[in-house]
Design a binder for this molecule. Structure first.
Ligand code: HEM
Length: 615
């Protein structure tokens, strides 16, 4: 890419990081006013609009120069509206880059209207998704191990946006606001630094793990980045040391340290922008064409055996990153409770851990690997992600743990991070999605939308599509089982009878879906599995029908378990309710209060007596 192209990529990165850093300050680091943005946070809106606008300029320039590089044409040619429109509408990379530009524009437009910490937090999440989108189609596609290269770079950039963005935003804050923001940021910065270093190292290792790769300009820049990162870590350590002596802390001096840190960071980002705009050294061993490698990003594995299913591992770095973060946050929550002297049922931790392990097995484990190559294995992975893992997660009660351990307000009137989660749980959106009908439609209805509309075939074609499909299976499963057997607080009280009806409906819809699959006579993947030319799948239709029977067998069991669990909790609730009524009656009697129940029974007897007398 030309120097101008790298420059616009750089502007886009720095501006997007700053936008995300400012949103982070507004939503989590500065005080909030009972869930509303405080005056100090409101003051940051001008900065937010400025950085979002700069992001818009940078990402627009990145689209133009990326297209100019692909077509090897001057800017004047790519400015042709027809060429430009076809790039941003028909080419996946163009679509993702354009999506990022749209996100920057939406943040710029909405910046002045956000007033609640929850909406600001949602805008923050939206910005991070906009920032990472193009990476899924970036030059990382060119090498093998898509899951590892793309996933690690996505984590790298997302963590950088919080770390570098947070530091830049804190540097731009009024010095008197720093004492509030910095201590809370310090915790997040530590997690982000770990993520940046691990993901950057994994990415560098996968790209440069062959003869002669470290003797290239690309590798020298990576080495320079590692050196600068060590300096940044040393400064970060100094930060934490100074923070520990908060009482006597000279915040102006601290400001100077932050400034030095920002200068090193923006230099390192420039190196990163160059790296990501430069062709990485090509691994000569990958020269020979392999259809599966080009489409799936993984070489065709040998025929499946039990040991290969249970012991193969093809890491999907992004999914692993999400699972490690979820498990680490869960364990941190349990440690916070234990330190406070509160108990947390070990069964819940084990259940959550099993749920996480099941997801890892069905995405990066042997099952996840073979799910790319045969419909039958895809269906087993689907059932594990959508039916089995969610039960583990839901019975782990992660929301209850979060509500018991997330930081409360730092001062009276501040709702804090815990308050933002509560606001999310009580939001209209949460109320809508916890409607059992909606949960059932997402859980079972989406099966037909996915497999009988051709969507399945197009999602399987790309890494992003595959990831979105897996995340949908997991979230739809978690929502469904949360509504049916969840132990976490639910904005809706769903009656047991309604839950049982929903579970029975889910069973029948799932059975109908599986039978439709078992009796299917046409392939549903739009040629995806055929294009991989898998030597050990000789009959694609038979394999698809096998997937149907697996879906039926594996799908009905968890739903049946949910049915039994709902019955048990119904009986338990009823006896709990009966005990509560008895306790109230006994207490009322003890306090000489009229016993409504006894009085009512008395009244009924008198009525009956009168009827008998009249008869
Ligand atoms: C152990 C330290 C680090 C290592 C090994 C590392 C390695 C890498 C690698 C291999 C890439 C991929 C380049 C490509 O797409 O070909 C990358 C991208 C990048 N790195 Fe790092 N990095 C490290 C730390 C940092 C730090 C501290 C910063 C900034 C403060 C940074 C900023 C970036 C940026 C901006 C990109 C480009 C992201 C994009 O594609 O949009 N890196 N890094």
């Amino acid at each position: 890419m030309s120097a101008f192209g790298v420059f616009f990529k750089y502007i886009s990165l720095i501006a997007s990081f700053t936008t995300i850093g400012v949103l982070l300050c507004m939503a989590f680091l500065l005080l909030d006013d009972d869930g509303r943005l405080s005056a100090k946070a409101q003051k940051l809106k001008r900065l937010l609009r400025g950085s979002a606008f700069l992001w818009f300029i940078g990402s627009t320039g990145t689209i133009l120069f990326t297209l100019a590089t692909i077509l090897d044409q001057p800017l004047s040619v790519v400015l042709d509206p027809i060429i430009l429109r076809s790039f941003i509408t028909q080419v996946t990379l163009g679509q993702y880059l354009f999506f990022q530009t749209l996100v920057s524009l939406i943040v710029f437009a909405f910046a002045q209207y956000v007033n609640k910490t929850l909406t600001t937090a949602l805008l923050l999440l939206f910005s991070i998704i906009g920032l990472i989108a193009p990476i899924f189609e970036s030059h990382s596609e060119s090498g093998g191990s898509h899951g590892l290269v793309i996933g690690s770079l996505v984590i790298h950039v997302a963590a950088l946006s919080l770390w570098v963005g947070g530091i830049i935003a804190i540097a731009l804050l009024d010095p008197e606001d720093r004492p509030l923001a910095v201590p809370r940021f310090s915790e997040l910065a530590l997690w982000s630094v770990i993520a940046v270093v691990v993901s950057g190292s994994v990415n560098a290792w996968v790209r440069l793990d062959f003869q002669g790769a470290w003797n290239t300009a690309y590798a020298y820049v990576v080495i320079a980045k590692i050196a600068l990162t060590l300096v940044l870590i040393a400064i970060g350590y100094k930060h934490r040391e100074i923070l520990a002596r908060r009482e006597s802390l000279d915040w102006r001096g601290f400001g100077r340290l932050i400034l030095a840190e920002v200068l090193i960071m923006i230099t390192t980002v420039a190196m990163g922008a160059w790296l990501s705009s430069t062709e990485a050294p090509v691994n000569p061993t990958l020269k020979n064409f392999d259809a599966a490698l080009a489409i799936v990003g993984i070489s065709t594995p040998p025929a499946p055996t039990w040991s290969r299913i249970f012991f193969s591992y093809e890491p999907d770095a992004l999914m692993i990153g999400i699972l490690i973060t979820a498990m680490a946050l869960y364990i941190k929550g349990v440690l916070v409770l234990t330190k406070r002297g509160d108990k947390w049922p070990i069964g819940r931790t084990i259940s959550f851990g099993l749920g996480i392990a099941a997801i890892d097995f069905a995405t990066s484990g042997g099952l996840g690997l073979y799910a790319h190559f045969a419909f039958s294995y895809h269906m087993v992975a689907h059932m594990v992600l959508g039916m089995i893992a969610p039960i583990g997660i839901v019975l782990g009660a992660p929301i209850t743990l979060a509500l018991r351990t997330l930081p409360q307000g730092r001062i009276k009137g501040e709702s804090g991070v815990r308050g933002t989660l509560l606001a999310a749980l009580h939001s209209k959106i949460a109320f809508f999605f916890t409607n059992p009908i909606v949960a059932l439609a997402l859980f079972d209805g989406s099966l037909f939308a996915l497999y009988f509309t051709g969507l399945f075939g197009s999602l399987m074609q790309t890494h992003t599509g595959h990831l979105i499909m897996n995340i949908h299976f997991i979230l739809a499963g978690i929502l469904f089982f949360h509504v049916i057997i969840g132990v976490d607080p639910n904005p809706r009280r769903v009656a047991h009878l309604v839950r049982i009806v929903i579970v029975f409906t889910a069973m029948s819809i799932h059975a109908f879906f599986s039978v439709a699959l078992m009796s299917s006579t046409t392939l549903l993947d739009h040629g995806y599995f055929a294009s991989l030319k898998i030597p050990w799948v000789t009959d694609l239709l038979a394999d698809q029908q096998l997937g149907g029977s697996i879906g039926w067998a594996m799908g009905e069991i968890p739903i049946l378990l949910a049915l039994v669990a709902t019955f048990i909790s119904w009986v338990k609730d009823d006896s709990r309710e009966a005990k509560r009524i008895d306790r109230n009656t006994a207490r009322a009697a003890a306090m000489g209060e009229p016993d409504d129940l006894a009085d009512y029974n008395q009244y009924l007897q008198e009525l009956a007596q009168r009827d008998r007398n009249e008869a």
